[in-house]
Design a protein around this ligand. Structure first.
Ligand code: HPA
Length: 264
């Protein structure tokens, strides 16, 4: 079911935004730093995908981030919730229909690099989709042959790095590898991911990036690393750990994003 763009437009009134953001698990705190927020529950936007994952709320919030109008999607639906890689398509199409041009994707992820400790933030330079799934499967138009050479926009990534530097923070880049979840990876899968060149693993973002590029949106994305990949420390992984650790890196990411959006 598609979202009616007129309904979203009428709920937003004359508020518009060039930039939209999708918040990952436990990163909802970004909404609290928006000025003049207007909150719309996904339930009031028929067709908007509702996530059943704890740590994800379900609302669209318009507001000013460091003086810049943005639309924040607090809560996303994941492939693993219903086996639909295109689950976020109606939401992204609705954003595009109300004038969004830039999509900022955030997520919680497992770190594959010893120097990227839990609580740190990684800018996504590129991704690996080794899942065999793609949200454009079944799309009939030739636009399905979407180029992914610069999936993560080079200029937006530069703005993120410069914004971080201006905040006195270093922001290293890396490769994010998508696993379907919802079970975490095995230690053997994590060793494979490292061999293939991944720096972080997670259960979201990649299908959204593909959809966004298909729709002609520019994408920039960042991971908050909540744990080391399975087998790297011997500790068992849990969603509770993700929710507990995400706010720490989330606060750093919120600072970087606030400094970055005026540069976009
Ligand atoms: N793997 C996949 N997704 C995740 C992880 C992980 O280790 N941590 C947070 N999200």
């Amino acid at each position: 079911m598609n979202v009616d763009p007129d309904l979203l437009r009428s709920r937003l009134g004359d508020r518009r935004a060039r930039t939209a953001m999708v918040l990952g698990s436990g990163l909802g705190g970004l909404v609290d730093v928006l000025d003049e927020p207007v909150r719309i529950a996904y339930g009031d936007l028929p067709g908007f995908p509702q996530s059943g994952v704890s740590g994800h709320s379900g609302e669209l919030v318009w507001g000013l981030l460091n003086g810049v109008p943005v639309i924040v999607l607090s809560g996303r639906i994941h492939y693993y919730e219903a086996g639909d890689a295109a689950a976020m398509r109606p939401a992204l199409e609705a954003l595009k229909a109300v004038g969004v041009e830039i999509l900022v994707l955030t997520n919680a992820a497992g770190s594959l690099k010893p120097e990227l400790a839990p609580g740190s933030v990684m800018l996504i330079d590129d991704h690996i989709n080794f899942s065999g799934r793609n949200p454009l499967i079944g799309e009939p138009s030739d636009a399905r042959f979407t180029g992914m050479t610069e999936a993560y926009d080079a200029a937006l990534r530069r703005h993120m790095r410069e914004a971080a530097a201006a905040e006195g923070l270093t922001l290293s880049g890396g490769v994010y590898m998508w696993f379907s979840g919802p079970s975490f990876e095995t230690p053997a899968e994590i060793r494979m991911a490292r061999l293939l060149g991944a720096d972080a693993v997670g259960m979201s973002t990649v299908p959204e990036t593909i959809l966004a590029r298909f729709l002609g949106l520019r994408v920039v994305a960042a991971s908050v690393l909540t744990n080391y990949g399975a087998g790297m420390t011997g500790a068992e992984l849990s969603h509770q750990e993700t929710k507990d650790m995400a706010p720490k890196g989330g606060a750093v990411l919120a600072r970087i994003l606030a400094a970055a959006v005026p540069r976009f």
